[in-house]
Design a protein around this ligand. Structure first.
Ligand SMILES: Nc1ncnc2c1ncn2[C@@H]1O[C@H](COP(=O)(O)OP(=O)(O)OP(=O)(O)O)[C@@H](O)[C@H]1O
Length: 811
């Protein structure tokens, strides 16, 4: 058992450059990272802010942490210091939890999951998965099974983010998870799927599936990342071959909702309800933590919220728990930073007792016991010289009958019935005696009263005693049978569950089976590998998981397609997508090049081996032709060849490992891109339907439309100033670039005279422009021509929103 307090770390989010200049800067906080003892963080409240603050007399607040990661701390350092020790405990069979707590935007998701832009921004979850699978691969002494689950808690409801059958478009489409408690107060999560992951890739794909479901399911009202709690859990079970003991452990990686107070956020309506829930569940978390920190407190209010129920073991239970307080320390957020630190100080007082989670596998126990019985039987046979079967032979039965008869007839009270240490014979004797007794009872009943009452009483007493004993024996057997039946039922259930999971997992991971498999054996035996082919196939074999591609096959209207193209270019994420594309290209090229090199090295090794064989033959021939030649003497040429082979092998191994690393990186980048594309598509759909709605309203009130050129700005757009709404090209003003050098004017910048043409207001539409005057002029000309044709045909113009599905080829 390991008893220790929850470890509490702090991480300060880097301030943006402008933020640093205006709101943060030196003097607001200071960090003293003492290597030997706890680190200390001092937050200094500037005098002008101190007024009206929580405690307006105090200007400096000091807090202690295990370690403080200041603004420049990188993800790998955070992982090494915080997550690696917990992952090690989990591998050893203890439960672990790492949770991030802090206000919205302070870097919880960045720390737990990671940033979406760079591979080096991978957070604790992907790094932990990588570390765990690496360790499992190295440890050949045990058989490991790994599963993952991903739970989102939003407004006190749980949702399974990993259900492969669902393609969520709203949160409520995801399977609902409910809490159940057994008589031993263990929490069970009904409907939360456990997905098997046999390697890092499978686990990462599941993480991305969950993240994508989370992103797709969020609505603008519910920016899921801020308003929900997410718990990604890695479940590990291990067993030594032949042993009946199973170790089960789990690691919860928790991204809590933003901890800011409702009053400050200034929200209302639906968001207020959400905020109440979030604040309520964080309030319950705080209550649990306060209760745990108090001595002699017997009742801990875990049951008050779903999150505290799920994390029950992590807080004051059987778990190694670590908290990361994420801070965004600028002038605006000083009070939130202080309350996060205060919360952290209370958490640091909680003691947990982690125990090894070992249990006996009944099936294996039965097998083991059966084996033991067989061994004992064999031993017995050796001693007695007789093979023992479960049934007694006819001869043995006759012998026993004789023995019993002699025993009964013998009047000597000290006489014994000796049948040896054979349970079958003992049992037979009991049955036989019982039979005799019952027979004699029957005879007694039929006989006239010839015995005196004293004799009767004695017989009765003996009989009752015997009956009691037999009843007890019967009861004992009944109990044994019940226990065995229960064990059997439990086993059956487990087997069914395992079968179900196996089916679900195999259904969800067929693609992964095809993915590039680089095994260690190959790295040790270069000659057996086909690295060039591997590298050539690299790009095609790294599959995009099918669950990430949404159902997008629907036909898209031409206008919508145009709009999407422009939207895509203007979206902030397109830079990330382009950057990642470029990076991917480079990585593919590197992988290909490495593959070629590996092949060359392999050929060289084969060639060198061939030379050694040649040398052997030459020396053998030489030994035959001139016997004076010593075959056993060391051949310097061969030695040199062997050294060369060793060196080639070394470089092969280095390159091979690099190729392996590249593979993981490429897959990660692909998933990042996939996610960014999906986000972009979703953003577009939201924007498009908003635009459609706006147009609808405008058409219902045409007088409002005629005079205004409304600017439509989507928050995700990089260049909102280039985005404008036109009213069907009606009376647009021509502005040459020289008249509006900054491009601030939201009228159409066009040299095309068609922009002067009037068309009915009813066909108004919104076209995001590119900012390139030539391209914009082309777009407008095209739109105009299209509109003319449609009008001639008498068809109404296509309105945005009529079809918002975008085919994946649009990317
Ligand atoms: N240490 C860091 N280094 C670089 N960027 C960071 C860091 N921490 C956070 N960020 C960036 O700050 C932004 C907000 O961070 P993040 O989404 O992780 O905050 P959060 O606390 O999870 O917020 P929420 O409660 O809304 O989920 C993101 O764009 C993220 O990339």
């Amino acid at each position: 058992m390991v008893k220790e307090t929850i470890r509490v770390y702090a991480r300060v989010k880097p301030l943006g450059r402008r933020q640093g200049e205006t709101q943060g800067g030196p003097g607001i906080y200071s960090v003293d990272n003492d290597e030997k003892s706890l680190s200390s963080l001092e937050i200094i409240v500037p005098r002008d802010l101190a007024d009206g603050f929580v405690n307006n007399k105090q200007e400096s607040y000091k807090f202690k942490f295990q370690k403080i990661f200041d603004q420049e701390a990188k993800q790998d350092v955070v992982f090494d210091n915080i997550a690696k020790p917990v992952a090690e405990c989990v591998l050893a069979g203890y439960n672990g939890t790492i949770f991030a707590y802090g206000q919205t935007g302070s870097g919880k998701t960045f720390t737990i999951t990671g940033g979406a832009e760079r591979y080096s921004d991978r957070g604790i979850i992907p790094r932990t998965l990588s570390y765990i699978f690496d360790q499992l691969q190295k440890d050949g002494s045990k058989v490991y099974t790994t599963h993952v689950s991903y739970l989102e808690i939003y407004n006190e409801c749980g949702y399974d983010l990993l259900d492969p059958r669902h393609e969520a478009s709203r949160l409520k489409d995801l399977p609902k998870v409910t809490i159940m408690e057994d008589p031993d107060q263990n929490i069970h999560l009904k409907n939360l799927s456990l997905q098997q992951a046999t390697n890092e890739e499978e686990a990462l794909n599941l993480l991305f599936l969950g993240d994508t479901n989370r992103m797709i399911a969020e609505t603008p009202m519910n920016q899921a990342s801020s308003r929900s709690h997410c718990i990604f859990t890695i479940h590990i079970s291990s067993k030594e071959p032949g042993s009946a003991t199973i170790r089960r452990s789990k690691l919860h990686l928790v991204d809590l909702a933003g901890s800011e107070r409702v009053a400050k956020t200034g929200v209302g309506g639906h968001i207020l309800t959400e905020a109440k829930y979030i604040n309520l569940s964080l309030h319950h978390l705080e209550q649990v933590i306060i209760a745990l920190a108090e001595k002699n407190r017997s009742h801990i209010p875990y049951r008050n919220s779903m999150m505290t129920s799920v994390l029950r073991d992590s807080l004051g239970g059987n778990c190694m728990t670590t908290m990361i307080a994420t801070l965004s320390i600028d002038r605006r957020n000083i009070d939130e930073s202080i309350s996060t630190c205060r919360f952290a100080q209370r958490v640091a007082l909680i003691k947990n007792e982690a125990v090894l989670n070992e249990e006996i596998d009944p099936t294996l126990m039965i097998i083991k016991l059966k084996k033991e019985i067989q061994e004992l039987k064999d031993e017995l046979m050796l001693v007695t010289g007789k093979q023992r079967t479960s049934e007694l032979s006819q001869e043995e039965l006759l012998q026993l009958d004789e023995l019993i008869e002699t025993f009964i007839e013998d009047n000597d009270p000290d006489s014994t019935l000796d049948v040896g240490a054979d349970m079958r014979k003992i049992k037979y004797c009991f049955i036989h005696l019982k039979q005799l007794m019952n027979d004699s009872k029957m005879t007694d009943k039929n006989l006239p009263l010839q015995h005196n009452s004293e004799e009767k009483d004695t017989n009765k007493e003996v009989g009752e005693e015997e009956l009691k004993k037999l009843k007890e024996l019967l009861q004992q057997r009944d109990n044994e049978i019940n226990i065995l039946v229960n064990m059997l039922k439990r086993e059956k259930k487990r087997a069914q569950e395992a079968l179900f999971q196996l089916n679900a997992a195999s259904a969800g991971s067929t693609v992964l089976e095809q993915s590039l498999c680089v095994n260690l054996e190959e790295s040790q035996s270069p000659a057996s590998s086909s690295s060039l082919k591997e590298a050539k196939d690299f790009s095609s074999s790294v599959h995009r998981p099918p669950f990430l591609s949404r159902q997008t096959g629907g036909k898209m209207s031409l206008g919508c397609q145009e709009a999407f193209e422009v939207f895509k270019q203007d979206h902030a994420d397109s830079i990330t997508i382009e950057d990642n594309k470029e990076l991917l290209k480079q990585r593919y090229a590197e992988a290909k090049c490495l593959g070629e090199k590996l092949n060359k090295v392999r050929n060289t090794i084969n060639h060198l081996k061939g030379e050694i064989t040649q040398r052997h033959i030459q020396r053998a021939v030489l030994a035959i032709s001139s016997p004076s030649e010593e075959l056993n003497t060391l051949d310097p040429v061969e030695e040199q060849l062997r050294t060369q082979i060793e060196e080639e092998k070394k470089s092969y191994k280095t390159m091979f490992n690099r190729l392996k690393g590249l593979k993981v990186e490429i897959e990660h980048l692909q998933l990042l891109m996939e996610k960014a594309k999906m986000k972009l598509q979703k953003d577009f759909e939201v924007w498009w339907s908003e635009e459609a709605q706006k147009l609808q309203t405008q058409q219902e009130k045409p007088e409002m439309v005629s005079s205004s050129n409304t600017v439509t700005v989507y928050p995700q757009l990089r260049k909102p100033s280039q985005h404008l709404s036109i009213t069907s090209f009606s009376e647009t003003t021509r502005v040459s670039p020289s008249e509006d050098p900054a491009g601030k004017n939201n009228s159409i910048i066009s040299s095309n005279p068609i922009s002067k043409t009037r068309t009915p207001a009813s066909s108004s539409t919104s076209i995001p422009l590119t900012g390139d005057s030539q391209a914009d002029a082309d777009i407008l000309a095209f739109m105009k021509a299209r509109q003319n044709i449609l009008q001639k045909k008498g068809k109404p113009c296509q309105k945005p929103g009529s079809q918002t599905e975008i085919s994946s080829t649009a990317f």
